[in-house]
Design a protein around this ligand. Structure first.
Ligand SMILES: Cc1ncc(COP(=O)(O)O)c(C=O)c1O
Length: 452
């Protein structure tokens, strides 16, 4: 169950009154642009990025394209963790992720001539759709270079936002090199996915919305791939209230920020391995790294199997589809060693294809013992199968798969193996079913479940 609106207590109202005039300070957009000396008619942004002024400007501008992703109070996660947990549902943005913020703000700072020449980027993920959508909203051309291996659905969706898709390269690095080459030859402006102060400022508008809505927030959890989102969110949070703790969350198999912060320098991982594709990044951005070093309070890493559990938690308790990268912060809620704090988890995206979704659901059910397999050894004589199924039925197990192996033992008359995969209500019920089988005299062993 979730409650869409928030009730403000007296303390919150007081803090809001203190912060809101600061947030409302309107700076006219044209004061931050000036004529470019060389061309005379090129308007360039000279604004310093990742400052309060820039964040305020970006927050107004991105409203043209963002959905109002109000915080959702989570009774389920609050009860589970002993904190007041709120979710920032960026999976509800029109392209299914927060990425339009940075792309749209970046375009807004470009001169008219550059916009007319068009934009380019390389991406097979949310950044592709973010740039495509933002460019369309601004009425400019967008070229997206995607690896040739990109699933057709992603290509079609990006084209659907009006972008021209160039399929090039077997791996992302080759696509990126092509995009940079086309930027050079065609005069397109390259929109980096994360290592750009303007893009990061755009992404940071998420923190503006969080703090306006929940001025007394204690912790903000933010996922990290290359670090653009975390740069924007952590920098603005610290500017508005240095007491807010910003926790960066990475996949355990792609912890490039954690390693870089530990070593005190930008470090490239030899390889990455995670189901969280949006955050499977080997190297954090070097331009944004100093901001991350300064403003991120802690890095938490999450193993993939916890993402699977978080996916089911979100579907069952909040009726929401959140992709693996967006689930990092949800999984991290259980790792926070604090109580009675106001915690916001940024759910950065919801783009998960249905095949991945079905695999994640199956693995999640297995992880929670809602599906499990036992091996039962039976004397090879008529009637044994009926006996086993009666015991399981009486214990309210629901058989979904049966494998009968007569060649388990060299003397097949002594024992045959039956592998039974069934549904249960959870770990306790699984134990009850296994005990019932043992009490009926069967030799039972829990084994790995393979639904393939
Ligand atoms: C859903 C989602 N979450 C998080 C990230 C990570 O963002 P960043 O690379 O800015 O750290 C991405 C990047 O593509 C993403 O798609």
């Amino acid at each position: 169950m979730w409650t869409p609106s928030l009730t403000r207590d007296a303390e919150t109202t007081e803090k809001a009154a203190e912060i809101e005039p600061m947030l409302r300070r309107n700076i006219p957009f044209n004061t931050i642009r000036e004529q470019d000396g060389e061309s005379g008619n090129r308007i360039m942004s000279t604004k310093e990025m990742l400052t309060l002024d820039a964040f305020e400007e970006a927050s107004e501008i991105v409203k043209n394209v963002t959905a109002n992703t109000e915080l959702i109070y989570s009774e389920y996660f609050s009860n589970q963790t002993g904190n007041k947990v709120y979710l920032k549902p960026e999976n509800m943005q029109v392209t299914g992720a927060y990425k339009i913020r940075g792309a749209y703000y970046k375009i807004s700072t470009m001169g008219v001539e550059d916009r007319a020449k068009g934009l380019i980027t390389a991406s097979a993920g949310n950044h592709a759709q973010g740039v495509a959508y933002a460019a369309k909203a601004y009425g400019c051309k967008a070229v997206i270079v995607m690896p040739t291996t990109t699933p057709l659905i992603k290509v079609e969706r990006t084209r659907g936002y009006g972008a021209e898709v160039v399929l090039y390269g077997d791996v992302f690095d080759e696509s990126q090199a092509k995009a940079l080459e086309l930027a050079e030859t065609e005069g397109y402006t390259f929109i980096p996915p994360f290592d750009d102060l303007t893009v990061a400022t755009g992404q940071g508008t998420i923190a503006m919305e969080i703090i306006k809505e929940l001025p007394l927030v204690d912790y903000i959890l933010v996922p990290v791939g290359g670090g653009g989102l975390a740069t924007g969110v952590s920098t603005l949070a610290k500017l508005l209230n240095p007491k807010i703790q910003v926790i960066a969350v990475e996949p355990q198999g792609a912890n490039c920020l954690q390693v870089s912060i530990e070593r005190g320098e930008v470090t490239t991982l030899p390889s990455v391995n995670t189901i969280a594709d949006g955050t499977a990044v080997k190297t954090p951005g070097s331009k944004i790294f100093p901001y991350l070093q300064k403003n991120v309070d802690e890095v938490i890493t999450i193993p993939d199997d916890e993402l699977v559990v978080a996916f089911l938690d979100m579907v069952e308790n909040h009726k929401m589809i959140v992709e693996n990268s967006g689930l990092l912060t949800v999984a991290a809620l259980k790792h926070l060693n604090v109580r009675n704090k106001r915690v916001v988890a940024v759910m950065s995206g919801g783009n998960m294809d249905v095949i991945t979704m079905s695999q994640v659901v199956q693995n999640g059910l297995i992880a929670r013992d809602r599906i499990f397999t036992v091996s039962v050894l039976l004397p090879d004589r008529p009637g044994e199968l009926v006996k086993v199924s009666t015991v399981i039925a009486n214990a309210q197990g629901n058989v979904i798969k049966l494998e009968h192996n007569q060649f388990y033992s060299t003397n097949r008359h002594a024992a045959v193996e039956l592998r039974i995969t069934m549904e249960a209500f959870g770990t306790e019920h699984k134990g009850q079913i296994i005990s019932a089988l043992q009490e009926a005299g069967f030799r039972v062993k829990a084994v790995h479940t393979n639904l393939g």
